[in-house]
Design a protein around this ligand. Structure first.
Ligand SMILES: [Zn+2]
Length: 123
């Protein structure tokens, strides 16, 4: 995944994401990339208003995107629309992605103890 693609995903997410609990909008500094492998990007979004964590997994491979550097303006617009649908679909379907802050803290402790990183876990 190159920088341009990553930026596209993050921009789209910031524009479209609303906290499932309080519907607050998020900014770039509320996103934490917890894994980026191949065509998959895993994000931990912390709501700036209620501190709820939401996990979003953006799978670019499902979007059939050609090399992004070869995209023209129309292609880029199409990409953004597809990303928007994917992200909104995930947020609608994946309420179980929400876990508590304590669970995240616990998970991080376990990962640290076992010398694993989050990416290992997700792959
Ligand atoms: Zn919230």
């Amino acid at each position: 995944m190159n920088y341009q693609m990553l930026k596209s995903i993050l921009d789209t997410l910031i524009m479209n994401f609303r906290c499932p609990v309080c519907e607050a909008a998020v900014a770039e500094n509320n996103l934490e990339i917890i894994g980026a492998a191949g065509a998959t990007l895993n994000l931990d979004i912390t709501c700036p208003s209620c501190a709820k964590h939401t996990f979003v997994k953006a799978e670019i491979s499902h979007l059939n995107i050609p090399n992004i550097s070869a995209l023209d303006a129309e292609g880029l617009k199409d990409l953004r629309n597809k990303l928007k649908e994917t992200i909104q679909g995930q947020i609608r379907e994946k309420q179980e992605f929400q876990i508590s802050e304590k669970e995240i803290t616990d998970l991080r402790k376990v990962l640290k103890r076992q010398h694993l990183n989050v990416e290992d876990l997700l792959n």
